[in-house]
Design a protein around this ligand. Structure first.
Ligand SMILES: [Zn+2]
Length: 302
């Protein structure tokens, strides 16, 4: 009998990652391509997914059979309606994804949000396997958040989890969202790079800033401390409001490991009084979380 697999597609700002994934989360075939430009044009998003699925199908091992397709995208996503509502950096608005893909692929198709699906994958195959409550917080170009509460990933019609736009420095830097002092403007990898460049006059990546923090460079340490402080404030708010007892830090900045996590734990611990202290650890699935998350969504349909 043919072995069932699902096709998982993660449409990101710069890359499209896709894979054939079995029911235990193993990737049998995986591929990464550059995100095409013009995804805001009519039909472009659906065509990109269809192309990725066709390429996966052509490489599928002979004993496998495609059972379903999962797609994740950034921005505002209406999972239930199968509609990608809005992504500021990719430019689409209200794109029907599920209906046209099911029509052309003749397979069940699920649509989800990249970060919420990433948390689903962490809860099934990663660092949140035993968790009932968790916050997944990827720190990259921006900052996103996804909540697992009482065993369920929270969506709230796609509006939940905008952790990057919690204000941590009132009156601070102008954020493209219209507010000032958003967490994303202080503690994302890009914010760390900008702040360091402003102090040192040197444009380097966040990983280089991290190395200089470890080496004891004052300018780097100042930028880092400010980011840690902002993250701690956002975490204390989140834990106080939701009661999550596990925080999974992901994204590019999480590669700095204990250099970030140790002072973050300390700052959170110092700020808290009665709250249950969360465990703060690195997410397990790295940049595969979104793709594996779309596989989870597909398996739930298969
Ligand atoms: Zn903002």
């Amino acid at each position: 009998m043919a072995r069932p697999v699902v096709a998982a597609v993660d449409i990101g700002g710069t890359r499209v990652k896709s894979a054939l994934v079995d029911e235990r989360g193993a990737e049998l075939v995986s591929q990464t391509t550059r995100t095409p430009s013009g995804l805001s044009e009519r039909g472009a998003l659906v065509a990109t997914v269809a192309d990725a699925v066709a390429a996966l199908r052509s490489q599928a091992p002979g004993d496998t059979q495609l059972a379903a397709v999962g797609v994740v995208v950034p921005g505002l996503v209406d999972d239930a309606a199968g509609v990608a509502r809005y992504a500021s950096n990719l430019g689409w608005r209200d794109v029907q994804v599920v209906v046209p893909l099911e029509h052309s692929l003749h397979l069940p198709v699920a649509l989800g949000h990249d970060v919420r699906a990433g948390l689903l994958a962490e809860s099934r195959w990663g660092a949140a396997r035993t968790a009932q409550h968790a916050l997944f917080m990827p720190l990259g170009t921006g900052i996103a958040g996804a909540l697992l509460l009482d065993g369920h990933v929270v969506s709230a019609d796609g509006w939940s989890g905008e952790l990057g736009h919690v204000v941590v420095e009132p009156g601070g830097a102008q954020c493209p969202c219209g507010q000032r002092g958003c967490l994303e403007m202080v503690a994302s990898a890009s914010a760390v790079e900008h702040a360091y460049a402003a102090r040192s006059g040197e444009g380097v990546g966040a990983d280089v800033v991290a190395a200089r923090v470890a080496a004891g460079e004052p300018a780097a340490q100042e930028v880092w401390a400010r980011a840690v402080d902002a993250l701690a404030r956002a975490l204390v708010m989140t834990v106080t409001l939701t009661g999550v007892d596990l925080v999974l830090v992901g994204g590019g900045l999480s590669r700095s490991g204990e250099l970030l996590l140790a002072p973050l734990r300390e700052a959170v611990d110092t700020a808290m009084t009665f709250q249950r202290r969360p465990r703060i650890i690195t997410a397990a699935l790295g940049d595969r979380a979104g793709c594996l998350g779309s596989a989870c969504l597909a398996w739930d349909l298969a």
